[in-house]
Ligand binder design. Sequence first.
Ligand code: SF4
Length: 246
Amino acid sequence: MKAVAPSETAEAFAERQAKALRVHAQLCAEYGAPFRFFSTKDPLSELMSALLSHRTKNADSHRAYQELRATFADWDTVRDAPTEAVQHAIRACTWPEQKAPRLQAVLREVSNRCDGGPCGDLRFLGAMTIPEARTWLETLPGVGPKTSAATLLFSDLRRPAMPVDSHHHRVAQRLGLIGPKVDEKAAHVLLADLLPPGWDAQQVYDHHEALMFHGQKCCFYQAPACARCVVLAECPFGQARLGPAN
Ligand code: SF4
């Protein structure tokens, strides 16, 4: 079921969908899609990596992940290790004192759901529907829609679930693909509903990456470069900033 706001007509929803596809085409061309997947992790490793990456620079969360893997033999060992040892291994990321117990809580819950056996690698999520897999993940402690989508899309499962990070969210708001008060969590449903249901993982990945790159390279949080933006014609925020001459 599509997430049409109560006040939105079917025509307005169709126009948002059409705009999303025009923006997709323009930004994919601008940034050189198709984009190469950056990860080949199994889904459990991708989940751990995503939890480490919360509000952390990529380079720092990568270092934390690498050290965690180098320190412990497998995820079961991480689960059962002294929390201080896990915290030390991930010290390169932000808030290791919060993330270490979080990782272990998630690993314990995964084990509980697997009848207390070894954690496995969550590959069984590939046999579920995407809503089922996302619900399974989002009922783990501290796992929200961005992490569940990242686990399904970025891991070697390659399922077409779309994460929305802060860049993607900001660009979508400014373009009017979602309202100005829609938060990141709600944006996951509203933005996914704009995509054709038959899109594969590469297309969903390209959409996410293209909007994210645009936020990183042009639509900056402060002082977006609207005058050189390839989607200015689609963007009420940019047009208002630049004034009537544009
Ligand atoms: S016109 Fe400006 S605000 Fe709009 S998407 Fe482009 S850079 Fe962002």
